[in-house]
Unconditional design. Structure first.
Length: 467
């Protein structure tokens, strides 16, 4: 019973309590800790404690990476980059990890001697018998990832699992690059499909194109909230100049996946998997478009300073570059992701759109903007927002949803003003969410659709005469 308590009950109960509160994809029982108990008589307490630490980290990665639409190896990349430019944030994360780990260590190893006698292995048979029982239950339940007994899942949770197996698969795929080729997306599976179709048919009109991928803009379960957020983009006053299409598309993965979805029309999570494919910026550049990317954050985050040029952008502007073009150097967003204020970026886009006016001939531009300020965790908007949270029962329980909605509304209001501006040349706007907004608390899990994100495409009806 002692071994059952220390290597099965303690780690899984602590994770279970946290998973009941926070959004997690973890199995009820992670069997990896049983392996620590079985190896302890052979390798000794100190090595077993180190092994326990490794399994604890793998458990965290496998359990919570999917909550943020990420793979475990991508989480490790984020930690590495946080250590470079946000050491305080990384330190806080480590404290949150170390505290429960120390408690689990104490409860698990306080009765282990430094070098347990190998004979004590016989008393640990419970660490073999119980996992086998859990695996059989998992198979019978139909939730086992390796062996299925029928197609019906009787219990909604995966009963027994292994973070070691999950993360090992991801590591192998990352290191060997032996992956399934990125899926080519269909016509209704990405927001830029209309532009792609026009390129293929050689019917693309001579106009500028602005693609905006909006961080954490998801499809709310409240239709009224969805409509209120996009109101500045679908204003009836725009109907005389533009054709407006408001719909949804499926999403897969995190922000980089959304970028690859729109720029490459592929379902992928790693730029290296698609860089050999033809991209939208490269196709447009071949049509004499000037291709520009904008992102108000660090250039090296997720290696965008490296793969954006490879994707076909002839000019990529990040936080330091944009500071030189905007009159103020104000910062907005959450503490860990503070950068250029999103509601100021449309003024820069206007500068870029009208800068070529008067040139002979006018050079069309493809401007891609990845927003920033609505990144999790959702901070109170830095600029006063006119969005009425009280109209949607966003009480204190959902203050983060209110913060997110206010930030998105401010961004869309600034974009709406740009679109309605009579001084900009004919421009096709495509605005789309990257993924559903992640939330740590399980109580908010059903607030947003986990399969689809909204999009708005705004197309000039009649090409205006050249100014």
């Amino acid at each position: 019973m002692s071994y059952f308590f220390r290597y099965i009950l303690v780690p899984n109960l602590i994770f279970g309590i946290f998973s009941a509160i926070a959004t997690s994809s973890r199995a009820l029982i992670n069997l990896d800790y049983c392996l620590v108990g079985l190896c302890s008589p052979i390798i000794g307490r100190y090595w077993a404690a180190a092994m326990y630490l490794v399994f604890f980290i793998l458990d965290l990665l496998a359990a919570f990476a999917p909550t943020y639409h990420l793979r475990p190896m991508i989480i490790l990349t984020i930690f590495r980059e946080l250590s470079a430019f946000k050491p305080a944030a990384l330190a806080l994360l480590l404290v949150l990890v170390v505290a429960p780990l120390l408690g689990m260590w104490y409860l698990t190893f306080k009765r282990e001697t430094a070098s347990p006698p190998k004979a004590s292995f016989r008393g640990r048979s419970v660490l073999v018998i119980v996992p086998i029982c859990f695996i059989l239950l998992d198979i019978m339940n139909g939730s086992n990832g390796l062996v299925r007994w029928g197609d019906v899942t009787h219990f909604s949770y995966n009963i027994a699992g292994s973070a070691l197996v999950k993360v090992s698969r991801d590591v192998k795929a990352t290191l060997t690059r032996q992956k399934i080729p990125p899926k080519k997306l269909g016509q209704m599976e990405y927001a830029t499909s209309g532009v792609h179709a026009d390129l293929i048919a050689d019917t693309l009109k001579p106009q500028h194109i602005v693609l905006v991928i909006v961080e954490s803009w998801g499809l709310s379960s409240d239709p009224a909230l969805n409509q209120a957020l996009v109101a500045p983009l679908i204003d009836p006053k725009l109907s005389s100049r533009y054709q407006v299409r408001h719909t949804t598309i499926p999403f897969h993965g995190a922000t980089v996946s959304a970028e690859l979805r729109e720029l490459y029309a592929r379902q992928a999570s790693d730029p290296d998997d698609v860089l050999s494919e033809s991209s939208l910026p490269a196709l447009l550049a071949a049509k004499s478009y000037e291709t520009i990317s904008l992102h108000g954050f660090m250039s090296m985050f997720f290696g965008r300073n490296e793969w954006y040029p490879q994707a076909g952008f002839r000019s990529s502007l990040f936080i330091d570059d944009i500071d030189k073009l905007l009159p103020s150097h104000e910062r907005c967003g959450s503490a860990n992701f503070r950068g250029i204020c999103d509601d100021k970026m449309p003024s820069l886009i206007k500068q870029l759109l009208i800068s070529s006016e008067g040139a002979t001939p006018t050079v069309p531009k493809f401007i891609y903007w990845l927003t920033l300020n609505s990144h999790y965790p959702y901070a109170v908007p830095d600029h006063p927002s006119s969005f009425a949270c009280q109209s949607f029962d966003l009480s204190s329980r959902y203050q983060d949803v209110c913060n997110l909605s206010g930030t998105l509304y401010s961004t869309f209001s600034a974009l709406g003003s740009l679109i309605a501006d009579p001084d900009i040349p004919p421009t096709r706007f495509i605005i789309v969410g990257d993924h559903s907004p992640p939330f740590l608390m399980r109580s908010k899990e059903g607030l947003y659709n986990r399969q689809f994100v909204p999009m708005v495409e705004i197309i000039p009806k009649v090409l205006e005469s050249k100014r």
